[in-house]
Design a binder for this molecule. Sequence first.
Ligand SMILES: O=C(O)CCC(=O)C(=O)O
Ligand SMILES: [Fe+2]
Length: 315
Amino acid sequence: MMRSEILRAGERVRTADAEHCVVSVASYNDRQRNPGGLSMMETRRLCGALGAEVSGVDLSKPLSNTTARDIVGAFHEHLVLVFRGQSLDPAAQLAFTRLFGEPSEHPLRTRANVDGYPEVLVIETRPGRMGARNDYWHSDISHQECPPSASILHSLAVPDGLGDTMFCNMYRAAETLSTGMQRLLDGMEAVHSGEATMRRAEQEEGTDALRIDSVPPPATHPVLRTHPGTGRRALFVNPHFTVSFEGMTQEESAPLLDYLAEHSTRPENVYRHRWAVGDVVIWDNRATMHYAIRDYDDTIHRKHHRTTASGERPV
Ligand SMILES: O=C(O)CCC(=O)C(=O)O
Ligand SMILES: [Fe+2]
């Protein structure tokens, strides 16, 4: 497109292949100064709970500062972003990951990585070998003192209609609790442990889960954490890693943890992603949980490259 005048938000412009709505004037005008930059970015909400599809961005190319800022803004607003039709090699996926934090290796080394890229994990089920289970609601590696801010999956092989991934909104989970329950949780802390991941590797001989001999000591995090990018408070407990409330036994904690898990994952608080090859999906581990549906067996091929952006200590 050769136009160089300044556009207003909402204006529609026609390019050779499509009509676009200018959602970010800044991006458009930035691109006029950067010919060869990216096409226009649009976001479309995916459901009432969370999630947006982003189009008009080619993540394999360097992003202008303004587009990068728009993506981070959309990420803070929608918590899960879906980019369709992408083709990222490991270096490009790492470059995109850096928008959200320094890429980190998996602390427990539970998965194989791409050769030469220790921060790019391979999540794969192929004929004759199941991938490790992730069919439990969790926020990635929440047993770390500084759990990851974001995780990114790029899909390379998808079984038709199988292996969806679900996400839920933990701001909404916090906000839809009664004020009495919010008061109770305010100031409480919870203990997050990697033991369940170690047990998974033990029970899952023959999958791509690598064996782990020990896990670091559990970490204690606030039950309601404040997101550093938005200032909003999210519920931060999950059924996989959270074993108890600080100062309470597991038996005492279980009923309330179970209730919070059920409350957080009600259908109206969930987006279910149906994968297509080329999808890049990023989620915010500080304000979501996710669940990988295992409705397939080892006759199919499902493959993703996964990267993780480091995060801060929850407060
Ligand atoms: O395989 C998936 O869809 C998600 C797996 C998962 O939980 C993760 O990569 O963190
Ligand atoms: Fe996960």
